[in-house]
Every structure is written in structure tokens, then in C-alpha cells.
Design a protein around this ligand. Structure first.
Ligand SMILES: C[S@@+](CC[C@H](N)C(=O)[O-])C[C@H]1O[C@@H](n2cnc3c(N)ncnc32)[C@H](O)[C@@H]1O
Length: 262
């Protein structure tokens, strides 16, 4: 791609990002719903892994800190710009018990057994399931919770699985086995309605990319077509593919109980 084409793509990508950030994030309502699947009384330390700029972290903070006077919520991401934004937002909102940290899910700076709830909103896949779960699970207290949000197959993906977007999805049983191999029980799964991502992402992306002005610049036209292909893949996968919250709980007896030394 020419330098001119790359610059044109950068500019149009920035415009799309502005459009998307102005869209109401309906998915965030579902963070509150998913949190209801976990007992929140008595939580003291909550870790949001791969927090990005921390919109879900702030919701966890709002929900948990109001009822738990000693609790702390920490958003953590490997890329520094996310935690920087979260820190600013928490300061603006006066959320003194919401903290932001730059660290990897594969090397989290917390003591074993010190965390009550780990939240991972669309981040485990990027961090790598195996190394991140191997590093995160020991941080949980003996019956702590780990909730992760990833793509799941609701039914056989006959004929719809060809696009890169859909290749990251797994069956619920695969998530259950993954969790079990790290000492976690998959307790429940809460898929989001197809319309949520349509509202927050695919609908606005499609409207933006259909702008006929893009066809004047081949590099931009190719970029827009790539996104339209993803939109089409998402539309085709309605009913068989969803993003879902997987709620898992650490297995094992309390420390000191017979047989608890594993
Ligand atoms: C899809 S974004 C989700 C951001 C945020 N959780 C949200 O829902 O808005 C995935 C995030 O995972 C972060 N990430 C990727 N690898 C990571 C790692 N090894 N450790 C921590 N965060 C990581 C990325 O920097 C990115 O912010």
C-alpha cells in the first residue's frame, strides 16, 4: 500500500473510531447483568484484566463499591494508554477505590489467594487462554470467581464459520474443559443478544463503510470492504454465534480443611 493510501486509511479509521465512541454502549448494561451471576457480598479485591480504557471497570466499581465499603477494584492492561484513561476517568468521577495498573495477564503482580473476583472482558483470547489462566487462577481465593467474556457457538456453525471473526469462537464444552484444566468450574454462561453488538458496532460500521466516497481511494475501499465482510459474517452467524459471559468458580476446599493442600 502506498504511503498516501496508508494515510487515507488512517484518517478514515479515526473518523470511524469517533463515530463508534459516540454510540451508546448498550453492551455495558450487560456487565451489570453478568455481575448478578456472582455473589458480590464480601468482595474485597476485584481485578479487571485487560481493562482497556476501563468502561466495564467503572461499572464494576459502581456496582461493588457502593455495597462493599472495604472493596477495591483494579483495572489492569498490558497497553498503558487504557489504564491512563481509566485513571483519569476514576479521578473525574471521584472513584477513589478504582485503580489502574499496567501489567500483563500472564504476570499479574498480586499475591496468591488475594483476589475475590477476576473479570476479563474480551481479553483472555488476546492474552492467551493457557498462560493467562495459569497465571490468574492462583491469585483467586479458594472459592473465588473468574468471569470471562468471549465468543461462543450456540449451535453447529454449518456454513458460517469461514470468516476470521468467527474463528475465535469455541463451544461451551471447550470453555468448560479449559476452565476445568485450570481448577475452575464453569457455573453459568450468559450469551448477549445478537442485537447488542449490532447496535454498538456492526450497524454503525456498516452504515459508515457504505459511504460511496470511499470508492475513490482504492486502499480505503479495500479497508471498508474488509469491514463489510466482517459485518456480513456477523449477520450470517445470527443464532449460532454470540459473545457470552462465562462464569467460573475456583474449585477446592478452604485452606486448612482436610484435603485442601493441593
Ligand atoms: C477487546 S479489548 C477489551 C477491553 C476492555 N476489557 C473492554 O471490554 O472495553 C482487549 C484488551 O486486552 C488487552 N490485552 C491484550 N493482551 C493482554 C495481556 N497479556 N495482559 C493484559 N491485557 C491484555 C488489550 O490491550 C485490550 O485492551
Amino acid at each position: 500500500m502506498s504511503e498516501e493510501g496508508a494515510e487515507a486509511v488512517r484518517a478514515v479509521r479515526q473518523r470511524l473510531s469517533n463515530v463508534l465512541s459516540a454510540v451508546e454502549q448498550t453492551r455495558l448494561r450487560h456487565v451489570r447483568r453478568a455481575l448478578r451471576l456472582v455473589p458480590t457480598s464480601g468482595l474485597r479485591l476485584v481485578l479487571d484484566v485487560g481493562c482497556g480504557s476501563g468502561e466495564p471497570t467503572l461499572i464494576l466499581g459502581e456496582e461493588i463499591l457502593a455495597q462493599e465499603r472495604d472493596a477495591q477494584v483494579v483495572g489492569m492492561d498490558i497497553a498503558p494508554q487504557g489504564p491512563a484513561k481509566l485513571r483519569d476517568a476514576a479521578r473525574r468521577l471521584g472513584a477513589a477505590r478504582v485503580h489502574a495498573l499496567v501489567a500483563s495477564a500472564t504476570a499479574p503482580p498480586f499475591a496468591d489467594g488475594s483476589v475475590d473476583l477476576i473479570w476479563a472482558e474480551g481479553s483472555l483470547r488476546f492474552a492467551g487462554y493457557e498462560p493467562s489462566l495459569a497465571a490468574l487462577t492462583p491469585l483467586l481465593r479458594h472459592d473465588g470467581w473468574l468471569v470471562f467474556h468471549e465468543a461462543v457457538w450456540l449451535a453447529e456453525p454449518d456454513g458460517v464459520a469461514g470468516h476470521e471473526l468467527l474463528r475465535g469462537a469455541r463451544y461451551l464444552e471447550e470453555y468448560r474443559a479449559l476452565a476445568r484444566s485450570h481448577g475452575l468450574d464453569l457455573v453459568s454462561c450468559m450469551p448477549l443478544p445478537h442485537e447488542v453488538w449490532w447496535h454498538d458496532w456492526y450497524g454503525p460500521v456498516e452504515a459508515f463503510c457504505r459511504d460511496s466516497a470511499f470508492s475513490n481511494t482504492p486502499a480505503v475501499a479495500a479497508w471498508a470492504q474488509g469491514l463489510l465482510d466482517e459485518v456480513a459474517a456477523y449477520a450470517r452467524a445470527k443464532g449460532v454465534y454470540a459473545s457470552a459471559y462465562m462464569v467460573t468458580q475456583k474449585r477446592g476446599a478452604p485452606p486448612g480443611a482436610p484435603g485442601s493442600e493441593r
